[in-house]
Design a protein. Structure first.
Length: 115
């Protein structure tokens, strides 16, 4: 299993970013995918999840109505569209899946929201 995140950057407050996670080594379309984030000195927290068909999604209250998770099962990729970014969104963002009782993480991509 390999998860590779991309798209992190420095962005001003109010700006937007679209993160991508390219997955390989498993049947992507069969598993729920999630994005987590970890701010400096804080625990890693769930941001959003998307179920296999893409029709069911869950969001942390702190990002609801600003972030959108989506997936393209043909491309084995999950996305996180982030709008109206705030300084408190600054964190390393990780892609996650759970397969056969094993948790898998990518290496993360850094998002910095600052003026």
């Amino acid at each position: 299993v390999q998860l590779v995140e991309s798209g992190g950057d420095l962005v001003q407050p109010g700006g937007s970013l679209n993160l991508s996670c390219a997955a390989s080594g498993f049947t992507f379309s069969s598993y729920r995918m999630s994005w987590y984030r970890q701010a400096p000195g804080k625990e890693r927290l769930l941001v959003a999840s998307i179920f296999t068909g893409g029709g069911t999604t869950n969001y942390a209250d702190s990002v609801k109505d600003r972030f959108t998770i989506s997936r393209d099962n043909a491309k084995n990729t999950v996305y996180l569209q982030m709008n109206s970014l705030k300084p408190e969104d600054t964190a390393v963002y990780y892609c996650h899946c759970y397969i056969a009782s094993v948790t898998h993480w990518g290496k993360g991509t850094l998002v910095t929201v600052s003026s």
